[in-house]
Each structure stands twice: as structure tokens, then as C-alpha cells.
Design a protein around this ligand. Structure first.
Ligand code: ADP
Ligand code: ZN
Length: 220
């Protein structure tokens, strides 16, 4: 594909928690010059800043529950309307249920975005639990590390901005199990929704992230 066409790509990334959506979305956005829109990152940042959105969302995010559709959908649509996103984007963490998928389709129809693609990263439960269990996040820049797969160079400090790393409240084992059940119940039907539209490109995300990235770039 031509570079100019690549820059207009509209992508939706789906998959269970721990499949590597955040890592892959970041790499894809850098490779292809797309705006990376991560609902999880936006919400966690709002929580850290203790903004009005953060105050409303905290309770749901900590428990691994979905934040109410109205809040999240509005937040995503506002973000998609910004000029950088008009030049191509990758949505990471949205839509997470059928209602969100339908509302996103209405917005896309309104904008004339009929040619968006959906990447589905599938991973086994064993991989998911291993990845989420060791995951550490930078308090400041949100960079993601893993105690065994991708350890930070200096103890528990971020390689990029040297801030402190922390474990997400929702990455604790009990909450991970709950998030997997939310995924199975609310989000898995979204995969089928897009499959019916013939938009899904599926990748096996149990493999090392560089291998998955290479395959995705070839597939696009
Ligand atoms: P993961 O994919 O690892 O589960 P995310 O960082 O995408 O994590 O999301 C973390 C939390 O943020 C979710 O458990 C949920 O509380 C909230 N959240 C993120 N995206 C959405 C969404 N589209 N709708 C509702 N809640 C969301
Ligand atoms: Zn950092």
C-alpha cells in the first residue's frame, strides 16, 4: 500500500485484556503515522488528574467493570473529531460492547468512514494471566513494562521519563478474572458483529509482539 493511503488508515483493535492491544497499537501508530486513541489510557490519565471524568470513572475502572457507555462514547467521539485523528487513527479499547459498536458505526456513517478495518488479536487465557500479572505502568507517561517479558532497565523506574512504575489496581489476579468474564460477555459479541460485516483480520497474539506486529503490517 502507498504511504499516503497508509496515513489515512482507520483501524479498530479488538481482543481480550493482555492480548497486547496497547503495545501493538503504539507500534502501529508510530509505523503508520496514526493517532493512537486508547480509552484505557485516557481514563487512567483522567483518574490520576482527578478530573470530573476521572472521578466518575475511577470506581468502574478499579473494579474492572465497563465505564458507562454515555461517558466513554462521548469521550471517543470528541477525540475522533480532532484534526490529527482525521488523518487516520487506531482505536484501542473501544468499542467494548454492541451498543458502543453501533454508536461508533453511526458516527462513522456520518463522517463517511465506510472503509475502516478491524484487527482482532486473540490470546489464550494462560498468556493473558501471565502478561497481566507482571505488568507495570509508568505513572507519568503510561509506558508499559513487564517484570519478566520487558523489564525496566532501572529497578522500578520508567526507561523513558524515570518516573515511578505501578501495578494497575485492575491487574490484580481477582480483578483479571472478572475482566475476562466482562470480555467474554460484553466484548466477544463485538468480534462477531464485525465478522458479520466482513471486516475482521485475525492474528494469533500468543506469540512475541514483534512477530505479531510484522504480520499485521503485512496484512494491512
Ligand atoms: P485492558 O484491555 O487491559 O482490559 P484497558 O486499559 O483497555 O484495559 O481498560 C481498562 C479499563 O478502562 C476497563 O476495565 C474499563 O473499566 C475501562 N474502559 C476502557 N475502555 C472502555 C470502554 N470502551 N467502555 C467502557 N469502559 C472502558
Ligand atoms: Zn514514563
Amino acid at each position: 500500500m502507498e504511504k499516503t493511503q497508509m496515513a489515512m488508515l482507520k483501524l479498530v483493535l479488538l481482543g481480550p485484556p493482555g492480548a497486547g492491544k496497547g503495545t501493538q497499537a503504539k507500534s502501529l501508530s508510530e509505523e503508520l503515522g496514526l493517532a493512537h486513541i486508547s480509552t484505557g489510557d485516557i481514563l487512567r490519565q483522567a483518574i490520576q488528574l482527578d478530573s470530573a471524568l476521572g472521578k466518575e470513572a475511577k470506581h468502574y475502572v478499579d473494579k474492572g467493570e465497563l465505564v458507562p457507555d454515555g461517558l466513554v462514547t462521548k469521550m471517543v467521539i470528541e477525540r475522533l473529531k480532532r484534526p490529527d485523528a482525521k488523518r487516520g487513527f487506531i482505536l484501542d479499547g473501544f468499542p467494548r460492547n454492541i451498543k458502543q459498536a453501533e454508536d461508533l458505526d453511526s458516527f462513522f456513517a456520518q463522517e463517511g468512514y465506510s472503509d475502516y478495518k478491524v484487527i482482532y488479536l486473540d490470546a489464550t487465557e494462560k498468556t493473558i494471566i501471565q502478561r497481566l500479572g507482571g505488568r507495570m505502568i509508568c505513572k507519568k507517561c503510561q509506558a508499559v513494562f513487564h517484570m519478566t517479558n520487558m523489564p525496566p532497565k532501572e529497578g522500578s523506574r520508567c526507561d523513558f521519563c524515570k518516573s515511578e512504575l505501578y501495578q494497575r489496581q485492575d491487574d490484580r489476579e481477582e480483578t483479571v478474572k472478572y475482566r475476562l468474564s466482562v470480555y467474554a460477555q460484553a466484548t466477544k459479541p463485538v468480534v462477531e458483529y464485525y465478522a458479520r460485516q466482513g471486516r475482521i483480520m485475525e492474528f494469533d497474539a500468543d506469540r512475541e509482539s514483534s512477530v505479531v506486529l510484522k504480520e499485521m503490517l503485512q496484512g494491512l
